[in-house]
Design a protein around this ligand. Sequence first.
Ligand code: SAH
Ligand code: SF4
Length: 420
Amino acid sequence: MPIPGHIDPVPVPREVTAREDGRVDLIGLPRKQIAELFETAGLDAKAAKLRAKQVFHWLYHRGVTEFEAMTDIAKTMRPWLAERFVIGRPEVVEAQVSTDGTRKWLLCTADKQDFEMVFIPDADRGTLCVSSQVGCTLNCRFCHTGTMRLVRNLTPGEIVGQVMLARDALGEWPRGANDTRTGTMAGLDFDDEDEEAASAYTPDGRLLTNIVMMGMGEPLYNFDNVRDALKIVMDGDGLALSKRRITLSTSGVVPMMARAGEEIGVNLAVSLHAVTKEVRDEIVPINRKFGLEELLQACADYPGASNARRITFEYVMLKDKNDSDDDARELVRLIKQYRLPAKVNLIPFNPWPGAPYECSTPERIKRFAEIVFDAGISAPVRTPRGRDIDAACGQLKTAAERKSRAELDRLAEEKQAALG
Ligand code: SAH
Ligand code: SF4
């Protein structure tokens, strides 16, 4: 049977359109580049460096969205900055909250490309699922995002911007000690009392504690932008999230995996989903380019993987496709053969209209999990979250495309009002 879908990264059809007003968005730029821009705009080298450091702190540590709020920068300097630069956020097209607390946002870039972001609260953590591309070139057969045409890579600013927006919406910028007001989409202005409270702030009570690069897109096909964005997320004076709390998920772009370990150093998740060439070729077509042996060897070589920092194998449970006892036993054999410090996440398939598969039965999933677990490998079954708000990756975007622009604008206004 011919397998649909291309496996090579297609040339990205369109680069980012420049802002019409000629100003530069600072979100996503490293400190050094901000300093260079300030210097080009007329500051001397020393002043540019100092201002860049201050601005970086305000952007990422305090989450301000207006230069006017940067109180340690001279009053005359603030309009100078505002004339030349902006502090961007992705636009919210639609925001939904599930009955189980999962939140999903349909976001929009300045050049009107829609993409998604999901926040999943749990008892001990809150995980933000971040997108790396608009669409995906890889056409995994069970994945709804794979049915979309890739529009373009997201920029570092649009990737970091998702985390910034989540913190805005969850009210998690340092302002009173762990003030959890829901949603401040506009600029925050601090007074002296806030300054004091901010210095006493600790991240412990935050809702957003973890990030997974598991939204739309293949992060290793947008390597540079994902790396630059995550560097800011991990920067001690940036969003200051530990690399141990960030996970990058790949469908198996083998040639980029070592670089991901060396240059980003976050936890690795691999969308394995099948243990034979035949089945993986069908459901994860990149397997025809980088086969199972190569992929597992790259996992064995992944810098930083250890028993304390295991590689996660994602395995979507598809009825009569990859869910037999033999499949489970082969999974165990492969993990042992390559001596992988691994855990397995069993994901019940989340169906979407027209999907060519069904989810395995609960009994089948339970049996599969037992076989893996009995071999000494952790194999939790993921509870589906946010089913009532179209949680399967890519669904919100498709649902939104069926609505008219006017309807979306009205919804966006309502959501802004609800969040703000
Ligand atoms: N492109 C990367 C990251 C985004 S996909 C990758 O493939 O790893 C994130 C995870 O969601 C992957 O493991 C993917 O296989 C899984 N996924 C996609 N569609 C799904 C569906 N309909 N049901 C369950 N899991 C799905
Ligand atoms: Fe792309 Fe990942 Fe979906 Fe495959 S599973 S189509 S790689 S987003």
